[in-house]
Design a protein around this ligand. Structure first.
Ligand code: BV8
Length: 222
Protein backbone atom coordinates (compact mmCIF):
# COMPACT_ATOMS: atom_id res chain seq x y z
CA UNK A 1 0.00 0.00 0.00
CA UNK A 2 1.20 3.59 -0.72
CA UNK A 3 0.98 5.45 2.58
CA UNK A 4 1.85 9.07 3.37
CA UNK A 5 2.34 9.84 7.07
CA UNK A 6 2.60 13.43 8.38
CA UNK A 7 3.88 13.88 11.94
CA UNK A 8 3.92 16.88 14.28
CA UNK A 9 5.23 17.79 17.71
CA UNK A 10 2.81 15.38 19.39
CA UNK A 11 4.81 12.32 18.26
CA UNK A 12 7.86 13.61 20.16
CA UNK A 13 5.95 14.74 23.27
CA UNK A 14 6.45 11.41 25.07
CA UNK A 15 10.16 11.67 24.33
CA UNK A 16 10.18 14.78 26.51
CA UNK A 17 10.16 17.43 23.74
CA UNK A 18 7.53 20.10 24.47
CA UNK A 19 4.87 20.71 21.82
CA UNK A 20 4.05 24.20 20.50
CA UNK A 21 0.48 24.64 21.57
CA UNK A 22 0.46 22.83 24.92
CA UNK A 23 0.11 25.16 27.95
CA UNK A 24 3.77 24.76 28.77
CA UNK A 25 4.38 24.89 25.05
CA UNK A 26 7.75 25.35 23.50
CA UNK A 27 7.14 28.98 22.96
CA UNK A 28 6.64 29.40 26.70
CA UNK A 29 8.41 32.64 27.00
CA UNK A 30 9.02 33.42 23.38
CA UNK A 31 6.53 34.89 20.90
CA UNK A 32 6.60 32.65 17.82
CA UNK A 33 7.34 35.56 15.53
CA UNK A 34 10.34 36.53 17.71
CA UNK A 35 12.14 33.23 17.38
CA UNK A 36 10.75 31.49 14.24
CA UNK A 37 10.65 34.22 11.58
CA UNK A 38 13.25 35.93 9.36
CA UNK A 39 12.17 39.24 10.87
CA UNK A 40 12.81 37.93 14.39
CA UNK A 41 16.24 36.67 13.34
CA UNK A 42 17.15 40.02 11.76
CA UNK A 43 16.01 41.85 14.91
CA UNK A 44 17.80 39.62 17.46
CA UNK A 45 19.98 36.80 16.04
CA UNK A 46 21.43 36.01 19.49
CA UNK A 47 17.93 35.32 20.91
CA UNK A 48 17.10 33.04 17.99
CA UNK A 49 20.43 31.16 18.18
CA UNK A 50 19.92 30.68 21.95
CA UNK A 51 16.45 29.30 21.26
CA UNK A 52 17.65 26.78 18.68
CA UNK A 53 20.78 25.91 20.71
CA UNK A 54 18.36 25.00 23.55
CA UNK A 55 16.21 22.96 21.15
CA UNK A 56 19.30 21.20 19.74
CA UNK A 57 20.51 20.33 23.26
CA UNK A 58 17.09 19.01 24.36
CA UNK A 59 16.67 16.97 21.17
CA UNK A 60 20.12 15.38 21.65
CA UNK A 61 19.11 14.33 25.18
CA UNK A 62 15.77 12.87 24.03
CA UNK A 63 15.21 9.26 22.90
CA UNK A 64 12.82 8.00 20.19
CA UNK A 65 9.63 6.36 21.54
CA UNK A 66 7.47 3.41 20.45
CA UNK A 67 5.60 5.60 17.92
CA UNK A 68 8.84 6.51 16.10
CA UNK A 69 9.93 2.85 16.12
CA UNK A 70 6.54 1.62 14.88
CA UNK A 71 6.74 3.91 11.81
CA UNK A 72 10.16 2.44 11.01
CA UNK A 73 8.52 -1.01 10.96
CA UNK A 74 5.69 0.32 8.75
CA UNK A 75 8.29 1.38 6.15
CA UNK A 76 9.50 -2.22 5.90
CA UNK A 77 6.04 -3.48 4.91
CA UNK A 78 4.53 -0.63 2.89
CA UNK A 79 5.58 2.08 0.39
CA UNK A 80 5.79 4.77 3.08
CA UNK A 81 6.46 8.48 2.52
CA UNK A 82 7.22 9.86 6.00
CA UNK A 83 6.86 13.65 6.18
CA UNK A 84 7.53 15.51 9.43
CA UNK A 85 7.03 19.07 10.58
CA UNK A 86 9.45 18.30 13.42
CA UNK A 87 13.04 19.53 13.38
CA UNK A 88 14.33 16.82 15.77
CA UNK A 89 15.99 13.60 14.51
CA UNK A 90 13.92 11.11 16.54
CA UNK A 91 12.42 9.49 13.43
CA UNK A 92 15.91 8.72 12.10
CA UNK A 93 17.10 7.49 15.53
CA UNK A 94 13.87 5.44 15.72
CA UNK A 95 15.03 3.55 12.61
CA UNK A 96 13.19 5.35 9.79
CA UNK A 97 15.37 5.13 6.66
CA UNK A 98 13.92 8.14 4.86
CA UNK A 99 12.33 11.20 6.49
CA UNK A 100 11.18 14.35 4.66
CA UNK A 101 11.77 17.33 7.01
CA UNK A 102 9.43 19.87 5.44
CA UNK A 103 10.32 22.51 8.08
CA UNK A 104 14.04 21.83 8.16
CA UNK A 105 16.17 20.20 10.86
CA UNK A 106 18.16 21.23 13.96
CA UNK A 107 21.09 19.29 12.52
CA UNK A 108 21.50 21.75 9.64
CA UNK A 109 23.13 25.18 9.29
CA UNK A 110 22.48 27.59 6.40
CA UNK A 111 24.23 30.72 5.10
CA UNK A 112 21.68 33.49 4.51
CA UNK A 113 24.18 35.18 2.16
CA UNK A 114 25.21 32.38 -0.25
CA UNK A 115 22.67 29.62 0.61
CA UNK A 116 25.43 27.13 1.48
CA UNK A 117 24.38 24.31 3.85
CA UNK A 118 26.49 22.26 6.30
CA UNK A 119 26.01 20.17 9.46
CA UNK A 120 25.16 22.44 12.40
CA UNK A 121 27.54 22.50 15.40
CA UNK A 122 25.81 21.82 18.77
CA UNK A 123 25.91 25.56 19.52
CA UNK A 124 25.63 28.36 16.93
CA UNK A 125 26.37 32.08 17.51
CA UNK A 126 25.72 35.26 15.48
CA UNK A 127 29.47 35.66 14.76
CA UNK A 128 29.81 32.23 13.12
CA UNK A 129 31.22 32.59 9.60
CA UNK A 130 30.02 30.67 6.55
CA UNK A 131 32.62 28.01 5.53
CA UNK A 132 32.00 28.90 1.85
CA UNK A 133 31.66 32.72 1.59
CA UNK A 134 32.89 33.69 5.11
CA UNK A 135 29.84 35.93 5.59
CA UNK A 136 28.64 36.18 9.20
CA UNK A 137 25.07 35.30 8.16
CA UNK A 138 24.75 31.74 9.43
CA UNK A 139 21.34 30.59 10.64
CA UNK A 140 19.69 27.28 11.62
CA UNK A 141 18.48 25.44 8.47
CA UNK A 142 14.89 25.73 9.70
CA UNK A 143 11.82 26.91 7.72
CA UNK A 144 10.44 29.92 9.54
CA UNK A 145 6.98 31.49 9.28
CA UNK A 146 6.59 33.24 5.93
CA UNK A 147 9.20 31.00 4.32
CA UNK A 148 8.47 28.29 1.76
CA UNK A 149 8.52 24.80 3.26
CA UNK A 150 10.97 22.24 1.79
CA UNK A 151 10.26 19.31 -0.53
CA UNK A 152 6.70 20.28 -1.46
CA UNK A 153 7.64 19.11 -4.99
CA UNK A 154 7.89 15.56 -3.56
CA UNK A 155 5.09 15.80 -0.97
CA UNK A 156 2.14 16.90 -3.17
CA UNK A 157 2.68 14.11 -5.77
CA UNK A 158 3.03 11.50 -2.98
CA UNK A 159 -0.28 12.70 -1.50
CA UNK A 160 -1.96 12.51 -4.90
CA UNK A 161 -0.79 8.91 -5.50
CA UNK A 162 -1.46 7.66 -1.93
CA UNK A 163 -3.92 4.95 -0.91
CA UNK A 164 -3.88 6.23 2.69
CA UNK A 165 -2.89 9.51 4.43
CA UNK A 166 -2.29 9.53 8.20
CA UNK A 167 -1.62 12.59 10.40
CA UNK A 168 -0.01 11.84 13.77
CA UNK A 169 0.33 14.32 16.68
CA UNK A 170 -0.33 17.52 14.77
CA UNK A 171 -2.84 20.28 15.65
CA UNK A 172 -3.57 21.17 12.01
CA UNK A 173 -3.02 24.89 12.54
CA UNK A 174 0.04 25.57 10.38
CA UNK A 175 -0.16 25.66 6.57
CA UNK A 176 0.54 24.23 4.07
CA UNK A 177 0.87 21.02 6.22
CA UNK A 178 -2.62 21.57 7.66
CA UNK A 179 -4.01 21.48 4.12
CA UNK A 180 -2.65 18.03 3.18
CA UNK A 181 -5.66 16.07 4.52
CA UNK A 182 -8.19 18.24 2.68
CA UNK A 183 -6.16 17.93 -0.55
CA UNK A 184 -5.84 14.14 -0.25
CA UNK A 185 -9.43 13.65 0.87
CA UNK A 186 -10.72 15.55 -2.17
CA UNK A 187 -8.79 13.09 -4.37
CA UNK A 188 -10.50 10.15 -2.65
CA UNK A 189 -7.53 9.20 -0.48
CA UNK A 190 -8.60 7.63 2.84
CA UNK A 191 -7.49 9.94 5.68
CA UNK A 192 -6.94 9.03 9.34
CA UNK A 193 -5.68 11.09 12.27
CA UNK A 194 -3.98 9.80 15.42
CA UNK A 195 -3.96 12.42 18.17
CA UNK A 196 -4.59 13.00 21.87
CA UNK A 197 -7.69 14.95 20.82
CA UNK A 198 -9.18 16.17 17.53
CA UNK A 199 -7.19 18.67 15.50
CA UNK A 200 -8.29 21.99 13.96
CA UNK A 201 -8.89 20.23 10.59
CA UNK A 202 -10.61 17.13 12.07
CA UNK A 203 -13.35 17.45 9.43
CA UNK A 204 -10.92 16.41 6.70
CA UNK A 205 -10.40 12.92 8.19
CA UNK A 206 -12.50 9.76 7.65
CA UNK A 207 -11.25 8.08 10.84
CA UNK A 208 -9.69 9.11 14.17
CA UNK A 209 -7.73 7.14 16.76
CA UNK A 210 -7.52 9.03 20.04
CA UNK A 211 -4.74 8.50 22.59
CA UNK A 212 -0.99 8.91 23.19
CA UNK A 213 1.02 8.18 20.03
CA UNK A 214 3.38 5.71 21.77
CA UNK A 215 0.27 3.50 22.31
CA UNK A 216 -1.91 4.23 19.28
CA UNK A 217 0.76 4.14 16.53
CA UNK A 218 2.21 0.66 17.36
CA UNK A 219 -1.39 -0.68 17.61
CA UNK A 220 -2.34 0.95 14.25
CA UNK A 221 0.81 -0.37 12.52
CA UNK A 222 0.16 -3.97 13.67
C1 BV8 B 1 -0.01 29.98 12.48
C2 BV8 B 1 -0.58 29.77 11.07
C3 BV8 B 1 -1.94 30.35 10.93
N1 BV8 B 1 0.36 30.37 10.11
C4 BV8 B 1 0.69 29.69 9.01
O1 BV8 B 1 0.22 28.61 8.72
C5 BV8 B 1 1.72 30.37 8.15
C6 BV8 B 1 1.05 31.41 7.24
C7 BV8 B 1 0.10 30.82 6.29
C8 BV8 B 1 0.43 30.25 5.11
N2 BV8 B 1 -0.71 29.80 4.50
C9 BV8 B 1 -1.78 30.06 5.29
C10 BV8 B 1 -3.15 29.79 5.11
C11 BV8 B 1 -4.01 30.19 6.09
C12 BV8 B 1 -3.50 30.86 7.23
C13 BV8 B 1 -2.13 31.12 7.41
C14 BV8 B 1 -1.29 30.71 6.44
N3 BV8 B 1 2.46 29.38 7.37
C15 BV8 B 1 3.73 29.71 7.00
O2 BV8 B 1 4.27 30.76 7.26
C16 BV8 B 1 4.48 28.66 6.19
C17 BV8 B 1 5.67 28.05 6.99
C18 BV8 B 1 5.24 27.43 8.21
C19 BV8 B 1 6.43 26.69 8.87
C20 BV8 B 1 6.92 27.44 10.09
N4 BV8 B 1 7.89 26.63 10.85
C21 BV8 B 1 7.56 25.73 11.76
N5 BV8 B 1 8.48 24.97 12.39
C22 BV8 B 1 9.91 25.23 12.20
C23 BV8 B 1 10.34 26.15 13.26
C24 BV8 B 1 10.56 25.44 14.57
O3 BV8 B 1 10.17 24.28 14.72
O4 BV8 B 1 11.12 26.09 15.42
S1 BV8 B 1 5.89 25.50 12.11
C25 BV8 B 1 5.85 24.62 13.62
O5 BV8 B 1 4.58 24.86 14.15
C26 BV8 B 1 3.73 23.76 13.86
C27 BV8 B 1 3.32 23.20 15.18
O6 BV8 B 1 2.28 22.36 14.95
P1 BV8 B 1 2.30 20.84 15.52
O7 BV8 B 1 3.57 20.15 15.14
O8 BV8 B 1 1.01 20.28 15.11
O9 BV8 B 1 2.39 21.05 17.12
P2 BV8 B 1 1.28 21.63 18.10
O10 BV8 B 1 1.96 21.87 19.40
O11 BV8 B 1 0.53 22.73 17.44
O12 BV8 B 1 0.23 20.41 18.29
C28 BV8 B 1 0.64 19.23 18.88
C29 BV8 B 1 -0.49 18.23 18.63
O13 BV8 B 1 -0.07 16.98 19.15
C30 BV8 B 1 -1.08 16.47 20.01
N6 BV8 B 1 -0.39 15.68 21.03
C31 BV8 B 1 0.27 16.15 22.14
N7 BV8 B 1 0.83 15.12 22.81
C32 BV8 B 1 0.52 13.97 22.10
C33 BV8 B 1 0.80 12.57 22.29
N8 BV8 B 1 1.49 12.13 23.33
N9 BV8 B 1 0.34 11.70 21.36
C34 BV8 B 1 -0.41 12.13 20.29
N10 BV8 B 1 -0.70 13.46 20.05
C35 BV8 B 1 -0.24 14.34 20.96
C36 BV8 B 1 -1.83 17.69 20.54
O14 BV8 B 1 -3.17 17.30 20.85
C37 BV8 B 1 -1.79 18.62 19.33
O15 BV8 B 1 -2.87 18.38 18.44
C38 BV8 B 1 4.55 22.73 13.12
O16 BV8 B 1 4.35 22.87 11.75
C39 BV8 B 1 5.97 23.10 13.49
O17 BV8 B 1 6.90 22.70 12.54
N11 BV8 B 1 5.12 29.26 5.07
C40 BV8 B 1 4.39 29.77 4.08
O18 BV8 B 1 3.19 29.70 4.04
O19 BV8 B 1 5.15 30.35 3.13
C41 BV8 B 1 4.39 31.05 2.15
C42 BV8 B 1 5.23 31.21 1.02
C43 BV8 B 1 4.67 30.94 -0.19
C44 BV8 B 1 5.41 31.17 -1.32
C45 BV8 B 1 6.71 31.64 -1.18
C46 BV8 B 1 7.26 31.90 0.07
C47 BV8 B 1 6.51 31.68 1.21
Amino acid sequence: MRIVVLTGAGISAESGLATFRASDGLWEDHRIEDVASPEGFAADPALVHDFYNMRRTRAAQAQPNDAHRALARLAQVHDLTLVTQNVDDLHERGGSPQVIHMHGALSGALCAACDARWPAPQLMYPGDACPVCAAKATRPDIVWFGEMPYHLDRIWPALEQADLFAAIGTSGQVYPAAGFAQHASRLGVECIELNLDSSANARDFDHRITGPASVTVPAWVQ
